[in-house]
Design a protein around this ligand. Sequence first.
Ligand code: FAD
Length: 465
Amino acid sequence: MANTPNLRVAVIGGGPGGYAAAFLAADLGMKVTMIDPEVNPGGVCLYRGCIPSKALLHVAKLLEEAEQAKNWGIEFGEPKVDLNKLRGWKEGVVKKLTGGLGQIAKVRSVQFVQGKAAFVNSTTLKVTKTAAGGEETLTFDRIIIATGSRPTVVPSLKLDSPRLMDSTSALDLPDVPKTLLVIGGGYIGLELGSVYATLGTKVTCVEMMPGLLPGADRDLVLPLHKRLEKLFSAILLNTTVKALKDEKTGIRVTLEGPTLKENDQVQVFDRVLMSVGRRPNSEIPGLDKTKVKVNEKGFIEINEQRQTAEPTIYAIGDVAGEPMLAHKAMHEGRTAAEAIAGHKVAFEPNAIPAVVFTDPEIAWAGLTETQAKEQGREIAVAKFPWAASGRAITLDRPDGLTKLLIDPKTGAGELIAEGVLAIEMCALAADVGMTIHPHPTLSETVMESAEIFYGQATDIYRPKK
Ligand code: FAD
């Protein structure tokens, strides 16, 4: 094992990848410095990503349920939205969590420097202090790059207008516009579109591909698509945005698509949210003075230990490749810290879960049915419709489903962890089916999907063929 207590480690970026790496490196006895422009660690995830979006989605869920409660004999009056208070609550959530991380850094003796780092060489950084001002040159034994990602801007749709928002400005909730166009039917567009729609905005979503959430399993997307068709004013698939023009009354949008009616080709929206993907932050000044390689997509190239082509430099999280998700970043961060400590580790998960926190939520891990077919994998599909789940009926949400893809030769949000564990443990469908699940819960549907594979689910009768 390396002589870790003497190792001086820098972590550039205080997001989930960066702080997970910094905290473990400190626990393993290294002298750690974490550099980030914000006042506390947190990164995109806590300041302008996962956490504020989930806080607002919680409010959206409450508004939807209050509306739906009419069907259950409970009627509330029209909700009054105090935008200042809502914003304040969301900001309070962020402050509590980021402040907590700042405290944890202190008690773990991680030195937190509020600034932006640039490379001088493979072991030296120049840090420009964002709050205190001034510059500092610091030398380290190892450096972990965890600089994350930022929203992609389509060059032809650049517009210098406050009406055009990205995910960061949309989370600021500047107002509740009458109309909003969401460009991009990925998870960020759908989550934020849902928030605005439940607050009262007429939301149109445009997606260039033939379906929403292009990377997700089609069977899982269907119930969400159906529900969003009701929540949104329109979902325009196979449609591209050709031009945006800022006008007095809003943004004039030119759309193009084979199914678009003539009247819909030019529309004016109060606001437009561009959510067409994210770009890795690999353009770190001075990085070219090291041997670190960046691929054509802008991701830093790394090996299983998350080490770059420059032996003293590691890279983790969004800047180091897909999927750009917080939990992937955190696990990579821990792998890098352990690798630096000389532990025999590798980042090689069999499955990384993905959750879309819309209503209904969608979660998956492993291959989608389409990917399995593309790879020529022989699979059996077991689907358990939630119309047969006691828990789903008590929640008045019978429209969901749980789906397992099973290799016949070998063997949502909260539910998906069980799927990931099953994949990691190489569980057989029988193992999942024989595990006693608490009733009534949605987790039972995972067990019952496995039972369906053997044609013997308790709550579903399938006549023998
Ligand atoms: P980041 O969190 O991006 O942090 C990088 C940090 O590095 C930033 O603070 C940045 O300012 C700093 N930095 C950059 N350059 C420098 C420099 N030169 N010097 C010093 N510091 C620098 N993921 C999920 O898993 N679940 C979700 O529900 C989810 N929801 C999301 C919702 C939205 C709206 C968005 C935008 C993202 C969401 N994500 C979600 C993605 C998630 O936020 C990212 O995958 C995650 O934050 C990546 O972590 P990271 O550590 O790689 O970097």
